[in-house]
Design a protein around this ligand. Structure first.
Ligand SMILES: [Ca+2]
Ligand SMILES: [Ca+2]
Length: 404
């Protein structure tokens, strides 16, 4: 029955004379640039230029979320168990990794009304497949110890696709082992390796680093050192510098050290861990071995123990002009604190040099008093400029839109 309805909706959509199935059209969306699509995908690509804007009342749950004037939040999908990192394919299929789960999901918004109609289980039996990335139609998935590739994922995602192992040289430690991955402007896949502990110095240089490799898994090298555990990064749209969040060490009290937003301007920089935190706090155990001056300090100190995870520069056109090149940052929320903080999406304002000039909440309300009912993990800017937010506690994907 559900499938029939879905096909009917698609049929109506394709037969309509307008580009859109929705009641409103977003004129700012970019055209689809996929090469060599099938006929169905061409039709989908054309529709993608206009994803539906929400109408009607906001979901009861989401009335608790506070946003700046003119923004609204809706469910893009519910029942996506342990939804973590997100990546979107050219035709608009959203791939979602998980951490405490063993699955990767594909979310399909067939009629492009801004809500997924289907959650498809693409893969299962994986080892904390937290990271997902798309390149040239292939899906890359990061397990704790391996990087996998599912070729031509748009064609194969419904049919339990087979993977190729791209690289299996990563440590298998579960501690900070789950990975965020993304392709850089240099077409290399960036893969962090967290410290296998709260605070420790490892013999193997790959720990507490960000590595990168060619798309075929060759040429694995360390790009940045002294990174405790980053679970979110992106590149500045103009300078192409890598910005990444880093989770500060635990057990130094409620208010130190801050989490970090860092900027790497070249290969080989060291960001302080385990010697120095947030550019100036000497580690009680390792701080005497090195000076804080030896390391790259963060461009912004973030909330201590805020669980700062996914981040993206805002490159869309839907939000007001002042949002251009701001960074949206997901705060998963604190566990190592007597009073909870985080559980929200923050925004970092930037100057033209890529420095942070302000840091404030963008979407909050998943924490009510000391009770949290949702935990933001990752953010993704859709082609129409709306912002998706994943939540591994409420098992949901939200879509934030703006209308004047
Ligand atoms: Ca839909
Ligand atoms: Ca640092």
């Amino acid at each position: 029955m559900k499938k029939t309805l879905r096909l009917l909706a698609l049929g109506l959509c394709l037969s309509s004379t307008t580009m859109s199935c929705s009641s409103e059209t977003n004129t700012n969306a970019e055209a689809d640039t996929k090469t060599g699509p099938t006929e169905t995908q061409q039709a989908k690509g054309a529709e993608e230029a206009s994803i539906g804007m929400p109408s009607g009342p906001i979901d009861k749950d989401l009335e608790r979320i506070k946003l700046p004037e003119g923004f609204r939040i809706d469910y893009y999908a519910k029942d996506v168990e342990n939804a973590r990192s997100m990546a979107m394919s050219e035709s608009g299929i959203l791939f979602v990794g998980t951490r405490s789960n063993d699955k990767v999901f594909a979310l399909v918004d067939e009629n492009k009304d801004g809500k997924a109609d289907e959650v498809v289980e693409v893969a299962s039996g994986l080892n904390s497949p937290n990271g997902v990335a798309i390149r040239n139609g292939d899906l890359y998935v990061a397990e704790i110890n391996r990087i996998l590739k599912y070729p031509n994922i748009e064609q194969s995602f419904r049919n339990k696709p087979k993977y190729e192992v791209v690289n299996d040289e990563f440590p298998s430690d579960a501690h900070h082992g789950w990975k965020y991955i993304a392709f850089g402007p240099d077409d290399k896949l960036y893969v962090p390796v967290g410290a296998p502990c709260n605070i420790c110095k490892s013999e193997k240089p790959i720990y507490a680093s960000i590595t990168r490799m060619n798309p075929d898994g060759t040429g694995l090298e360390i790009y940045a050192e002294g990174v405790r555990n980053t679970v979110g990064f992106d590149w500045h749209p103009d300078t192409k510098n890598l910005y990444f969040t880093d989770n500060g060490r635990d057990m130094m009290g409620d208010n130190i050290p801050p989490d970090e937003l860092n900027r790497a301007t070249e290969k080989g920089q060291h960001f302080g861990y385990p010697y120095c935190h947030a550019g100036e706090i000497k580690d009680p155990e390792f701080g005497k071995e090195r000076s804080c001056d030896e390391f790259v300090a963060p461009v912004q100190k973030l909330n201590p123990h805020g669980g700062t995870l996914g981040m993206k520069f805002y490159t869309g056109k839907m939000f007001p002009q002042e949002y251009a090149d701001r960074i949206f940052i997901a705060e998963h929320g604190s566990w190592n604190r007597s009073k909870k903080i985080g559980y929200r999406v923050m925004q970092a304002q930037m100057d033209s040099q890529g420095n942070v000039t302000g840091y404030e909440p963008f979407a909050e309300g998943w924490l009510q008093g000391e009770k949290d009912w949702g935990r933001p993990v990752d953010v993704l800017v859709m082609k129409d400029g709306s912002l998706l937010v994943s939540d591994d506690k409420n098992n949901a994907i939200y879509r934030i839109t703006y209308a004047k």
